[in-house]
Design a protein around this ligand. Structure first.
Ligand SMILES: [Zn+2]
Ligand SMILES: [Zn+2]
Length: 127
């Protein structure tokens, strides 16, 4: 498979990873973080989005206070990761996720981290 062709600048281009986008974050009854991350491949020439993959997030919040309330999400960050791609290992594109949560009752804060990834070949072309 050769380099993909960008629909915007019409060149065969190298791919750059876009900023992963976190969405639909919720905390369920068991204090797990549920959500979704959109992973993006961009054109290396003009930054046009070329392909995307949606992956589900499920992260257990290990630590919490004794209050009987649902934690709130204060901050969520995602950093793109790019692994493998050698002869023996599939290339995996993903994101390292960090969520900062707080308890609305006692104001304690908690941090939860996780990782999501998708095989580079499983991305769908952006329309
Ligand atoms: Zn382009
Ligand atoms: Zn609390």
């Amino acid at each position: 498979m050769g380099a993909p062709r960008c629909t915007s600048c019409s060149k065969f281009v190298p791919i750059e990873l876009g900023e992963p986008e976190i969405s639909e974050t919720e905390i369920d009854e068991e204090n797990n973080i549920i959500g979704q991350v959109r992973l993006i491949k961009n054109c290396g020439e003009c930054d046009q989005e070329m392909a995307e993959a949606y992956v589900d997030v499920e992260i257990e919040v290990a630590e919490r206070c004794k209050c009987d309330t649902t934690l709130e999400v204060d901050e969520e960050t995602a950093e793109s990761t790019d692994e493998g791609g050698g002869r023996y290992k599939k290339r995996m594109i993903g994101a390292d996720l960090t969520y900062t949560l707080s308890c609305p009752e006692c104001n304690k804060t908690f941090t939860a981290t996780g990782h999501v990834e998708e095989a580079a070949g499983n991305f769908d072309d952006c329309q």
